[in-house]
Write a protein that binds this ligand. Sequence first.
Ligand SMILES: [Zn+2]
Length: 312
Amino acid sequence: MEEPKYCPRCGAKLEKKLVGDKIRYVCPKCGYVFYLNPVVAAGALVEVDGKVALVKRGVEPGKGLWALPSGYVEADETAEDAAARETREEIGLEVKVEDLLGVYSFGSPGEQHGVLILYSAKKIGGELRAGDDAQDVRLFAPHELPMDKIAFETSKMALREWLRARMMVYKPATEAEAREAEELYKRYEGKDCDFVSLATLSGSELLVAMDQGSVVGVCGIRLEEHIDSALITKLFVKPNYRRWGIGSRLLREAMGWARDKSVALVRAEAGATNPGIVVYLKAGFRVCGFLEYPMLHPEPEPGAFLQLCHAV
Ligand SMILES: [Zn+2]
């Protein structure tokens, strides 16, 4: 980080001085305090056919190493716009920025000098092509990731999380896993939910996402009587596992189950203010109704609910 030399207000030479408990750059003439703020960078994790796009850097820092497309946010753009712009410049892809994946501080400890805001993004155009500052650009499947040749700790952390989400096992729950899911749900939502019945009775299924043997996500589905449909009764992902596509993947598994049962439609209901609704919309569900009280919901709660549906 470059040291500031002159006061931006009066032009006098700045001096280092203890202000409070920190050494700061202070103008001896007008008293202006020059605060050193971290720079803000934005980046994108673009997944194409299950592979992640990385750029091989052609300049220092990290020359010759791989990184997620990212760069500094300009003063006249949003962080989302910066992530899309850097992706276009560095790897040639036009993307639509989707979810916030994480915020990572970078720089040496004691002198943190930047914050990276990382988004997931979807390819909407362009072709994979290395930008002017890059040596190469490539798509990596989870098992191909060059983890020992990643340029920045921020990219490494994000890729480790992506990898972990990709290594997750999705399966119908055993009774023991259903109990574990009940405990997980109770711990975070403060409510009981009968997952064991869904897992063990016929006409229903409980799908779980497992990370190294532990339940981290759950989706319940059951056939509806008299109508040719199935209902998603619950979709829950452990908070620190959200945004990595686990909910979407559970919904896909549930759609597969419904397909095997030959139903025509899968329905779901979600609180009208529940931000989790986007998970359904991204999985292809559409809003098909609005309820003050959920009539068909297995555990009625007061409130406004959106009805969502997806043809099988
Ligand atoms: Zn000054």
